[in-house]
Design a protein around this ligand. Structure first.
Ligand SMILES: [Fe+2]
Length: 241
């Protein structure tokens, strides 16, 4: 996490940001949600922030069941994310706060929600800014592009090793996200990714389960070769830190 420890953020540093995500219990009482998701709005109608949280909470709660299927979850969560009304006041405030970060030459983070089973972050990139290769141990992720255009590369770690202290990553996805596009990852597939913005870009990221101390400690950054390993298409040698 050294890379991030040198950065400043809209509301907090990354260690502070991750620390908050570990420590806080549910910020908003589930029972107080107004406007239930199920049965009140049309299938494809936009949903406001509270209904969005309620719907994600319901899906993320299934991670405790024996039949939890991460891929099915990220597909459902992505569909919910695509219905989120980006004009919801809670999000409007995040967009407003993010203006402070424009021009600071670093990626900005803000924490929007933390519950037992998931957390939601707001991430802002300016043109050319990137987050280098990293993983999300034991977690799923759904990234909603709210504004801008950003390239996302996903990788799987292969069982095969490149050598002493070296890993092999297989690029499994490459997407150019624009407004109302999503990128997903599970604990087993596409879990490692890199992002680089083509223009000012703002993402709403949903992680389930949320970060805790163990997941933060297990998180890795990767130095990845630019050339394919032994000429193998989409295969790259990497060192983890
Ligand atoms: Fe990530």
């Amino acid at each position: 996490m050294d890379d991030y420890s040198r950065r400043d953020f809209i509301r907090t540093s990354l260690p502070g940001f991750l620390g908050l995500t570990m420590a806080l219990p549910a910020i908003t009482a589930f029972a107080t949600r107004a406007n239930a998701f199920q049965g009140r709005v049309a299938e494809d109608a936009p949903i406001h922030w509270d209904a969005f949280l309620e719907a994600i909470a319901k899906e993320a709660a299934r991670q405790h069941l024996d039949d939890w299927n991460e891929q099915s979850y990220v597909e459902r969560a992505a569909a919910i994310a695509l219905r989120l009304d980006l004009k919801s006041p809670e999000l409007a405030q995040a967009f407003e706060d993010a203006k402070q970060g424009i021009g600071n030459k670093r990626v900005d983070f803000d924490k929007l929600e933390k519950q037992q089973d998931f957390e939601i972050s707001f991430v802002q990139f300016e043109k050319g800014e990137q987050i280098r290769h990293h993983d999300h141990p034991g977690m799923t992720g759904v990234l909603l592009c709210a504004t801008g255009t950003i390239d996302v590369w996903n990788y799987d770690e292969l069982d095969e090793k490149a050598g002493e202290g070296s890993l092999l990553l297989k690029q499994t996805a490459k997407a150019e996200l624009t407004k109302a596009n999503v990128s997903t990852l599970t604990s087993k597939e596409r879990n490692i990714h890199r992002l680089q913005a083509r223009s000012l870009t703002q993402l709403v990221d949903i992680f389930a389960p949320p970060y805790n101390k163990e997941r933060v400690q297990k998180s890795r950054w990767f130095d990845v070769d630019t050339e394919p390993y032994k000429g193998r298409d989409g295969c790259f040698e990497a060192k983890a830190s």
